[in-house]
Design a protein around this ligand. Structure first.
Ligand code: RIB
Length: 288
């Protein structure tokens, strides 16, 4: 079972001719709204990868529909609190080349209490996984509690914040981050990644695939060919599939392969949680 302490956002997508410059007013070609947030995206990816998932989070009165949608997608939702604070939201501009920029309003995502997190984790069992990102509060409490209960802790260090990541060192078993974030973390700590004391680190490399660092070893995995139209949520899809694969008992190599396949399909789709591919999509595309 995977317990995901994660953000839930209302994603507002604007297709724009180019990413807006400072002071520029720009007309969008289109507008769409959907379910998002790095946390919700990862929960949906885990569910689509056929692993059991319970989301720990919070929404306001404007976001009740996001909880219903998570439920429809197969995510357990009893530990999503309804509080009197607006739901988190994101303004996502995507240009003709598929590049994006994102403005976040954190809202209810950073109003979680130890009582909400603790109540959820009290239902966890040794061997379960706690998944975390950087869009909620409460990571340290959750990681320490989870470890004391015998859970494995997986952490996607996004959006990247060196100080937040440094506070998590010594409390995580698996970390996922991209190449730029990896460099920032090495600069901030003055240590190479293998010296950080994390059992498994996966560094995503975009079109180059990813590398896996473990116990002094390093392995490179090529990406699958893709036709990117929108990279938003592709990293979340990768991480959700990776953690789901491990939870289902796959070896790291097989879980990474599955995650790379899911990521390559995701970049060819516009949107976030609502369009994450499922295992059948992967079988159809890769004949596995
Ligand atoms: O990683 C993509 C996500 O980042 C979006 O869904 C948006 O909500 C932001 O959290």
């Amino acid at each position: 079972m995977i317990w995901n302490l994660g953000s839930i956002n209302i994603d507002n997508f604007y297709e724009v001719p180019h990413l807006p410059a400072p002071g520029e007013t720009l007309a969008a070609h289109s507008f769409r709204q959907g379910l998002g947030g790095k946390g919700a995206n990862m929960s949906v990816a885990v569910a689509r990868a056929a692993a059991p998932i319970s989301h720990i989070g919070a929404v306001g009165p404007d976001g009740r529909w996001t909880v219903e949608r998570l439920m429809e997608y197969g995510v357990d939702t009893p530990h999503i609190a309804s509080i009197d604070v607006p739901t988190g939201h994101a303004i996502i501009n995507v240009d003709a080349e598929g590049e994006n920029n994102i403005v976040l309003f954190q809202g209810a995502n950073v109003r979680l209490t130890e009582a909400i997190i603790g109540a959820a984790l009290s239902e966890a069992s040794p061997g379960d996984t706690l998944l975390l990102q950087n869009e909620t509060n409460g990571h340290e409490y959750a990681a320490v509690t989870a470890r004391s209960l015998g859970l494995r802790v997986a952490y996607a260090a996004a959006p990247f914040d060196a100080a937040a990541v440094e506070r998590m060192l010594g409390r995580i078993d698996l970390m996922v981050l991209n190449e730029i974030e990896a460099q920032q973390l090495e600069d901030a700590t003055g240590k190479d990644l293998p010296a950080l004391g994390i059992a498994d680190i996966v560094v995503t490399l975009g079109a180059e695939g990813c590398k896996w660092l473990s116990g002094g070893d390093k392995r490179q995995f090529d990406a699958y060919p893709a036709k990117p139209v929108d990279t938003t949520g592709a990293g979340d899809t990768f991480t959700g599939y990776l953690v789901a694969g491990l939870d289902r008992g796959l070896r790291m190599e097989a879980a990474i392969d599955l995650a790379l396949k899911a990521g390559s399909l995701m970049v060819a789709r516009r949107g976030t949680a609502d369009v994450i591919p499922d295992l059948k999509d992967i079988q159809d595309e890769f004949d596995t």
